[in-house]
Design a protein around this ligand. Structure first.
Ligand code: PEP
Ligand code: MN
Length: 339
C-alpha cells in the first residue's frame, strides 16, 4: 500500500501515519519527493480498512500497489532513482555510465593496464571479478581478496569506481573495503540469503538478471534488497537462455524499456555476456544505449587470447575506445550523454 501525503504535510502528521502503519504490523519505507512524501507500507497482508488511513490528517491518497513487487515499482516512486557515486558520477540521470574491465582480475600488470585504457576511453567504473561463479569447478575461480586489492589500487590510480561480484553473505563485509558497487551475478539472482545481506548495507548493488529469470522475478529479487532498506539497486539485462545457439545468451533488449516502465530503478545492459562474442558486443551496446539503458557493463581485456575467463567476448582496448566514440554520437539522439 502507498500513502501519498499532501504537499506541505507536517513532520508530525507524517510521523502519526508511520506510527499507525507500524502498529498494524507494516514495514514502512519513506520516499521524499520534490513536492510530497510517499510512504510505502509493506508486509504480510493483514486485515485493516484503508479508509482509516485516508482520514488521517495530512493524507492525500491511499493506493494499493497492484504489482507483486512494491518498493521497486513506479507506483511507489514515480520519479527515477538516481544513485550518486560521488565525484560527479550519477547513475540513473542523463549520463549513461559505463563500467568496463576484464571478466576477472588476473595480475597487477593486467588490471593496471586495462584500468588505464578504459579510464582514458571514458569509463567511470572498473569492473572485474575476484570471486568467479564458473560453470565448471575446474575452471579459474578468481584471485579472491588479493585480486580485489589489486583492483582497488588500479581504480584509485586512474580515478575509477569499482564493481565486483559477491557470491556469499560471508564476503559482504570484507568486499565492502574494496568495492563501490557489489555485483550479484546471474547465477545468484535468487540467492535470497545474499540479497537479504545486501539489504543490510548501503552501498549500491548491481543485480543481474538470472539466465532463466522473468523480468518480474528480477524485480522481486530487487525487492529483497529494497525491503532491507538498501534503496541503491541497479538492474542489469545480461541475456537469457533460449533455444538459440549462435549467441551465448539471447540479449533481451526489450527488457530495458519494459523494466523502466515498471520500475524507478536504473536499468543497465551487459552486451558482453548478452552475446558472448566480441564482434557482437559493439552493435548490441549501441542498441542498448539507443533503447535507453542507464548504463553498460562491458568486458575489456588487453590480451583476450590468454584471458583466464571470457576472452572470446572481451573487447580489446582500441575497439572499446571506438565504441565509446560511437556511443557519444548515439546518446544525444535520445537526450542522454556519455562522458
Ligand atoms: C560477469 O560479469 O563476469 C558474470 C559472471 O556475469 P553473469 O553473472 O551475468 O554471468
Ligand atoms: Mn564474465
Amino acid at each position: 500500500m502507498v500513502i501519498v501525503m499532501q504537499e506541505g504535510a507536517s513532520d508530525a502528521q507524517i510521523q502519526n501515519v508511520i506510527d499507525k502503519l507500524i502498529a498494524h504490523g507494516f514495514d514502512v519505507h519513506r520516499s521524499t519527493g520534490a513536492s510530497h512524501t510517499v510512504l510505502g507500507a509493506v508486509g504480510v497482508h493483514r486485515d485493516f480498512d484503508h479508509r482509516d488511513f485516508e482520514l488521517l490528517e495530512g493524507v492525500r491518497e491511499v493506493m494499493r500497489i497492484t504489482q507483486p513487487f512494491k518498493l521497486a515499482s513506479r507506483q511507489f516512486k514515480p520519479e527515477g532513482t538516481i544513485i550518486d557515486l560521488g565525484r560527479g558520477v550519477k547513475i540513473g540521470g542523463p549520463e549513461v555510465v559505463v563500467a568496463a574491465g576484464p571478466c576477472s582480475v588476473e595480475s597487477r600488470e593486467q588490471i593496471h593496464a586495462i584500468a588505464e585504457d578504459v579510464a582514458k576511453a571514458g569509463a567511470k567504473i572498473l569492473r572485474a571479478g575476484a570471486f568467479k561463479p564458473r560453470t565448471s569447478p575446474y575452471a579459474f575461480q578468481g584471485m579472491g581478496e588479493p585480486g580485489l586489492k589489486l583492483m582497488r589500487e588500479a581504480a584509485d590510480k586512474f580515478g575509477l569506481f569499482t564493481v565486483s561480484e559477491v557470491m556469499d553473505p560471508s564476503q559482504v563485509e570484507m568486499m565492502g573495503r574494496y568495492v563501490d558497487i557489489y555485483q550479484v551475478g546471474a547465477r545468484n539472482m535468487q540467492n535470497y540469503h545474499l540479497l537479504r545481506a545486501l539489504g543490510e548495507v548501503r552501498k549500491p548493488v548491481l543485480l543481474k538478471r538470472g539466465m532463466s529469470a522473468t523480468m518480474e522475478e528480477l524485480l522481486l529479487s530487487a525487492e529483497y534488497i529494497l525491503a532491507g532498506g538498501n534503496y541503491n539497486v541497479i538492474l542489469c539485462e545480461r541475456g537469457i537462455r533460449t533455444f538459440e545457439t549462435y549467441t551465448r545468451n539471447t540479449f533481451d533488449l526489450a527488457a530495458i524499456p519494459v523494466i523502466q516502465k515498471l520500475s524507478h530503478l536504473p536499468m543497465w545492459a551487459d552486451p558482453s555476456h548478452g552475446t558472448g562474442r566480441r564482434d557482437k558486443v559493439p552493435p548490441m551496446a549501441r542498441a542498448a544505449v539507443a533503447a535507453g539503458a542507464d548504463g553498460l557493463l562491458i568486458e575489456v581485456h588487453n590480451d583476450p587470447e590468454h584471458a583466464l575467463s571470457d576472452g572470446a567476448q572481451s573487447l580489446e582496448p582500441p575497439a572499446f575506445t571506438r565504441l565509446m566514440a560511437e556511443l557519444r554520437i548515439i546518446a544525444p539522439a535520445i537526450g542522454r550523454r556519455i562522458a
